[in-house]
Design a protein around this ligand. Structure first.
Ligand code: IVH
Length: 664
């Protein structure tokens, strides 16, 4: 088996590299998943044979040394900056003078990525420690988090059958612009503070205490240099980069070898033009003397080398005037203030709008209509206001507050305590229709099979549904008008809609998309109030008296049911046949039963399993006897399972136990 496992690990890592490092996949996602599942199954069966470089080992394997100080074997230097043609020409002259070379110098030109510098230590090919730059001498251990980045190999590929004993790789961890925008959107929806730019987002993602959070952020890496190394030799920066590629380390394809300062300037110009279309942020280029011997001759200063320099781009800032501020409602009901400005060209793009994020931001920066402001396009395509130019104030400027009513539907907006966002919570707000319906029909909610986002889009765009209640009044004659909707599929959909009417009240509640009412909170609320009418009239205090319900949830529920139009939608759901019955009291299903848990459970901790058993009236015992009613088998169950078989005690899988407990 170990042979097969090794082959699978190698194959998966190869394809991983094709996908994440080379951006050139060879197999389909489905094929990849199939191999992954095979490996997972084998690893479950033979945990002692799991290879450290297995793609399954990126998250976990918990080491306690997260954020502990790591001393870099060689200091991680920074770079001097040059800001214009004169300064870069001076650098070239100085370099030639020191080297005593009348000829043009060979340089490697690289995009200067705006991310977070890290060092990856590979020992005998295995990634052993990853750290942040820190103060250059000592950084923080971020190994666990770095391992979750898929474009970083856990094991280096051999070059000519050889693996270096030691290789300290210098690299930049980045978050792409689209990924950054999406992350911020999610955070805004979730009422969390947004990141100012992709670099902060990348840094924040690496500094997570929980590596699964890092794993959920699509971080990427580009490797550009070496620190300490042994068992390998390099002749030039270009050589380093070529070897990196062979080792499976990701390098930037835009890196070029050039000769002479004129070509450096040309490269700078080209990158400045490319800048707006790149999927990540760059703030300049880095120019490095190619030959390593020459680098040694040039040497280093206190904190930076004499053989390299950053050649920055001009900042993408401009000055313009805010002529108006408007409010936009997003798909999830959040009101975003947007500044309308006199059009101005920023770094090659004409802009006339900037996001002001939220009311707090407006207040903090004291932004008023009529103000002259500095705006900046940082990473994000949407520019933002950096600051107000106070000296240009005339006294005619007008303060702005987000409206108390939604610009899309006119209903009252609310601001939940502790949240920056002001929201429209109207179930029928046209700006949110699609999003609300996607959620309503989704799996954990009403689970309406066949009512996917494409179909919802069509139904909303054609005006057939305006809110979630309309779903229950759809007619076959309407549905068959839609694209790709044959008789049969219309019937299937109507059946699925019909079936969803009997979903329990907690799921209906969750499906309504009340802020802070997730699946669990919905269950808690239903257990306490039993009916939607009772819940709808509950006061903030009554709600807060319930265990697990805090002030935010309570307020959100009260606000939701205080809105007349929401009550109307609920009433129409009822008319449409949605039953809204509390779930069958799964209670006491294990009354008088004794259960024994053995082996590792996949989805529950042992404590959770015990508590659950007790809640359902049963008792969790620790040893198997003839009085045991069920033995629940986790993974690698041993002696207790054997004992149960011997005594003829019924065995349950974890799945079966979950079903019994009403968890599935
Ligand atoms: S070389 C001695 N190459 O810029 C060389 N740095 O100001 C030091 N950076 O901390 C770094 N892209 O975070 C180098 N292609 C690149 C780079 C790069 C981005 C960052 C890096 C470093 C900072 C130096």
């Amino acid at each position: 088996m170990s042979d097969r496992m090794k082959t699978l690990v190698e194959t998966l890592n190869y394809h991983n590299r094709r996908y994440y490092v080379l951006d050139d996949p060879e197999i389909s996602d489905a094929d990849y998943d199939r191999l992954m599942r095979e490996l997972l199954a084998l690893e479950r069966k033979y945990p002692e044979l799991i290879l450290p470089e297995s793609p399954t080992q990126r998250v976990g394997g918990g080491r306690a040394d997260l954020f502990e100080p790591v001393t870099h074997a060689l200091p991680m230097l920074s770079l001097d900056n040059s800001l214009n043609e004169e300064e870069i020409a001076e650098f070239d002259e100085r370099t030639r003078r020191t080297l005593g070379d009348g000829h043009d110098i060979e340089y490697v030109c690289e995009p200067k990525l705006d991310g977070l510098a890290v060092e990856l230590v590979y020992e005998n090919g295995f990634l052993t420690i990853a750290s942040t730059r820190g103060d250059g001498a000592v950084g923080e251990n971020v190994t666990q988090n770095i391992r979750t980045i898929k474009s970083i190999p856990l094991k280096l590929a051999a070059v000519d059958g050889q693996t270096p004993q030691r290789l300290d790789v210098r690299a930049e961890v980045i978050l792409g612009i689209l990924e950054f925008t999406e992350l911020n959107r999610q955070r805004e929806d979730g009422g969390e503070a947004t990141f100012a730019n992709p670099r902060n987002a990348a840094a924040g993602s690496l500094r997570q205490l929980d590596p699964t959070i890092t794993a959920s952020r699509p971080l990427d890496i580009y490797c550009y240099g070496v620190g300490h190394y042994a068992g390998i030799t390099f002749t030039s920066q270009w050589h380093v980069l070529q070897i990196f590629k062979q080792l499976g380390l990701k390098t930037n394809p835009l890196i070029q070898k050039v000769v002479g300062i004129e070509q450096v300037k040309k490269y700078h110009q080209q990158m400045m033009e490319r800048r707006t279309t790149l999927p990540y942020d760059i703030d300049g280029i880095v120019v490095k003397v190619n030959d390593l011997q020459r680098q040694r001759l040039l040497g280093i200063k206190a904190k930076s080398p004499r053989w390299a320099i950053a050649y920055k781009f001009p900042p993408r800032q401009e000055i313009t005037r805010i002529t108006d501020i408007i409010a936009q409602v997003g798909r999830t009901g959040v009101l975003t203030p947007v500044a309308i400005m006199s059009p101005v060209n920023v770094g090659g793009v004409e802009v006339s709008r900037a996001t002001l994020h939220n009311q707090d931001e407006i207040d903090r920066k004291d932004i008023r209509i009529g103000d002259w402001v500095v705006i900046e396009r940082a990473g994000d395509v949407i520019p933002k206001v950096v600051k107000v130019i106070d000296s240009r104030r005339t006294g005619q400027e007008a303060k702005y507050s987000l409206p108390r009513t939604c610009p899309a539907c006119g209903s009252q907006t609310i601001r939940i305590e502790g949240e920056a966002a002001q929201r429209c919570i109207n179930l029928s707000c046209p700006a949110q229709t699609k999003e609300r319906i996607y959620h309503f029909a989704s799996k954990g909610a009403m689970d309406i099979d066949g009512l996917g986002s494409k179909l919802v889009d069509q139904l909303v765009e054609k005006g057939y549904i305006k809110d979630v209640a309309d779903i229950y009044f759809l007619k076959k004659a309407t549905l068959v008008n839609l694209q790709r909707m044959a008789d049969k599929s219309a019937e299937n959909l109507l059946n699925a809609i019909h079936e969803s009417k009997s979903r329990s009240l907690d799921r209906v509640l969750f499906a309504l998309g009340i802020r802070f009412v997730g699946e669990h909170v919905a269950k808690v609320l239903v257990r306490a109030f039993k009916s939607i009418d009772r819940l709808a009239t509950a006061s903030r205090e009554e709600l807060m008296a319930i265990h697990e319900i805090g002030p935010q949830v309570a307020q959100s529920v009260v606000d939701f049911f205080a809105a007349e139009h929401n009550l109307k939608v609920i009433e129409r759901l009822r008319q449409g046949g949605v039953e809204m019955r509390p779930p069958q009291e799964s209670a006491k299903i294990l009354a008088g039963k004794t259960l024994v848990f053995t082996g590792a459970l996949r989805t529950l901790t042992r404590q959770q399993a015990r508590t659950l058993t007790e809640e359902l009236g049963g008792r969790a015992a620790s040893s198997v006897s003839k009085n045991t009613d069920f033995v629940v088998l986790g993974e690698d169950a041993g002696a207790k399972a054997a004992k149960a078989r011997e005594l003829g005690v019924p065995l349950l899988s974890e799945e079966e136990f979950r079903k019994m407990a009403g968890l599935n």
